[in-house]
Write a protein that binds this ligand. Structure first.
Ligand SMILES: [Zn+2]
Length: 353
C-alpha cells in the first residue's frame, strides 16, 4: 500500500511542474512584471495632463487621441482611429491590435477612456478655457494600458489577440450629451462586424490612494467573475502588495465596462477604492482642475499594472488549451495505470491467501 502511494506521488509530480510552465514564452511572468516602469506610467500621465483639458467638446481631446495613436504606433502595433459624432462634436476611439492573426485562439480587450471633464464647466467657452487635467480620471488608466501594451508587444510570448482601446467621450459633458459613448460605439461596431470578444478589462481611475496600502476595486457581474478571479489569483500567486475588493454589482454601470455587459459580453472595471456610501471613487479631486499627477500613488499604479499584466498573460496564453488537454490526458493515463496496478496487486494477494 505504501509503495502504491509513492508511485502515485512520483507519477503526478511532473504534472505539478508542468502547471507552472505558463505562459508559453521564454520569459516568466515575474520577468515581465519586473519590466513595468513606474516612471514611464508617470511620464504618460504628465504628458496627458499637459493638454490642459481633454474635454471631448474641444479640439484638445483629438490632440490627446493623436498622441495615444502615435504612442501605440511606436510600439509596432496596427492602429486605427475610430471616429464618431456626439451631438455635433467629433470624438474618436484609438484602437491598437496585438497579434491580429491569432484571433481564432481568443480576443481580449484592454480599455481606458482618455477624455476628461471639469464639472465646473457649463458652456463651450468654459470647456475650452477651464482646465481638466484628468490625471487620475483617466490618464492613469490610459498610462497603465500603454505600459502593458509596451511590455506585451516587446515580449516573445505567443498570446492570442489583444486589442488596446483608448475610448473617447466617456464623460457626460457640460451639456449632458455624452457619457460612455466611445465604448458603446466600439462594442456596436465590433458586434456588427461579428468580431470575437472573450473579455474586456477596463481601467478607470486607478491612481488615487487614501489608505496606507495600495487598493483597487474590481466591479463585475456574475458572468464576468472569471475575469475578476484572474486578477485576484494573479495577485495572490505573485504575492503582490495590493488589497483587492471584488464588487459583484450589476447596478454599477458608470464606466466603459457597461456597454460590454449590455451586449452580453464579459467585462470588468478596475477602479481605485470606492467610497462605501456613494460607491464612487474616493479621490476628492476628480472632475476638478486639481486632478493632477502629483496627487497620485505611483506605487499603487505600478502594482495594479503588474496584477493586470499577470492576469492577461494567463488569459491570453495561446498554449493554454493544448496544454490543458495534454495535462488532463497525462492525469487520466496515470490514474488508469494506478488502478490497473492496484487491481493486479489485489488479484495477486487474493491468489496468495
Ligand atoms: Zn472616468
Amino acid at each position: 500500500m505504501k509503495m502504491c502511494a509513492i508511485a502515485i506521488i512520483l507519477a503526478l509530480s511532473p504534472i505539478a511542474g508542468a502547471f507552472e510552465a505558463r505562459p508559453s514564452c521564454s520569459e516568466s511572468i515575474g520577468d515581465l512584471m519586473d519590466e513595468i516602469s513606474g516612471s514611464r506610467i508617470m511620464d504618460t500621465i504628465v504628458h496627458l495632463q499637459s493638454f490642459d483639458t481633454r474635454d471631448y467638446h474641444t479640439s484638445f481631446a483629438m490632440d490627446a487621441a493623436s498622441y495615444i495613436l502615435d504612442s501605440m504606433h511606436d510600439l509596432g502595433l496596427g492602429t486605427e482611429l475610430q471616429e464618431f459624432e456626439v451631438s455635433g462634436f467629433m470624438a474618436a476611439n484609438v484602437i491598437a491590435v496585438l497579434n491580429p492573426e491569432a484571433a481564432s485562439r481568443g480576443v481580449y480587450i484592454v480599455g481606458a477612456h482618455y477624455d476628461s471633464e471639469n464639472s465646473a464647466v457649463s458652456n463651450q467657452s468654459e470647456a475650452e478655457n477651464i482646465t481638466a487635467p484628468g490625471a487620475d480620471d483617466n490618464a492613469s488608466g490610459v498610462a497603465v494600458m500603454l505600459e502593458i501594451a509596451r511590455i506585451l508587444s516587446e515580449s516573445e510570448c505567443e498570446l492570442c489577440t489583444v486589442k488596446f482601446v483608448a475610448f473617447g467621450a466617456e464623460e457626460s459633458g457640460y451639456d449632458q450629451s455624452g457619457g460612455i459613448k466611445g465604448s458603446a460605439e466600439f462594442v456596436a461596431s465590433e458586434a456588427q462586424a461579428g468580431t470575437r470578444c472573450d473579455g474586456a478589462i477596463i481601467m478607470d481611475m486607478v491612481g488615487y490612494r487614501a489608505a496606507a496600502e495600495s487598493r483597487i476595486t474590481l466591479v463585475t457581474n456574475e458572468a464576468s467573475s472569471h475575469l475578476a478571479n484572474s486578477i485576484v489569483e494573479a495577485t495572490t500567486e505573485s504575492d503582490l502588495d495590493l488589497a483587492i475588493q471584488v464588487r459583484t454589482d450589476e447596478s454599477l454601470t458608470y464606466s466603459d465596462h457597461s456597454p460590454f455587459w449590455s451586449q452580453g459580453l464579459a467585462s470588468i472595471l478596475i477602479i481605485e477604492e470606492l467610497n462605501s456610501l456613494t460607491n464612487r471613487p474616493i479621490n476628492p479631486y476628480y472632475h476638478t482642475s486639481q486632478d493632477t499627477a502629483d496627487r497620485l500613488s505611483l506605487e499603487q499604479m505600478t502594482v495594479a499594472s503588474k496584477a493586470v499584466l499577470a492576469a492577461l498573460l494567463h488569459l491570453t496564453d495561446q498554449g493554454e488549451d493544448s496544454y490543458h488537454i495534454l495535462a488532463y490526458g497525462v492525469v487520466a493515463a496515470t490514474v488508469m495505470g494506478v488502478v490497473i496496478i492496484a487491481l493486479l496487486l489485489l488479484r495477486k494477494r487474493k491468489g496468495e491467501t
